[in-house]
Design a protein. Structure first.
Length: 177
């Protein structure tokens, strides 16, 4: 099933999240994530979250998203504890529920998932699920296929890069080492 067909199928079934971790288009990324180490995945996810936060036009939502990314960077470095970072992640997901624009809501959920990779890398695939959904909402079903494919390629390239260049943090939290 190609990307457009998968999106149309999700919409036909009334889903607001248009991709899943089992989406055919995400399987190469899923495999790459499964053979990658934790530190590169965390940095990769936080990089993506930071870039996505910059796409949010509403200043209040953008602030919430950027705060979550920064708190989780500090958490990954062992500079703050999980409860503080968790509050920022929960605030990001709560903001998504308040957003009237489905693309903004999906971006906020994507950022929450990316930030949660600090806790467990199992959240790593959650970012693309929501981020790709936002792309569909932003560009429309008819125009999304190429943009979604390009974005998946970007995920792969950035993760491969981060596998070799992940140690931008001078220190890591003890639970990550």
């Amino acid at each position: 099933m190609d990307i457009t067909q998968e999106v149309q199928n999700s919409l036909r079934h009334g889903r607001s999240i248009l991709f899943t971790k089992n989406s055919e288009c995400l399987q190469p990324l899923s495999i790459l994530l499964s053979v990658s180490d934790r530190k590169p995945i965390i940095v990769w996810a936080l990089d993506l979250a930071k870039d996505t936060a910059d796409l949010i036009a509403d200043p209040q939502f953008a602030y919430t998203a950027k705060r979550a990314v920064e708190e989780c960077r500090l958490w990954a470095q062992g500079k703050i504890k999980m409860p503080q970072a968790r509050k920022a992640i929960v605030a990001c997901h709560s903001a998504a529920k308040k957003a009237s624009d489905p693309a903004t809501a999906s971006f906020l959920h994507a950022i929450g998932q990316a930030c949660s990779t600090v806790h467990t890398v199992k959240h790593g695939l959650g970012f693309p699920v929501y981020d790709l959904t936002a792309i569909v909402y932003r560009f429309g079903v008819e125009n999304c296929g190429e943009k979604v494919a390009e974005r998946i390629a970007q995920y792969m390239e950035r993760l491969l890069y981060r596998r070799d260049h992940f140690d931008e943090f001078n220190e890591w939290a003890s639970f990550i080492k």
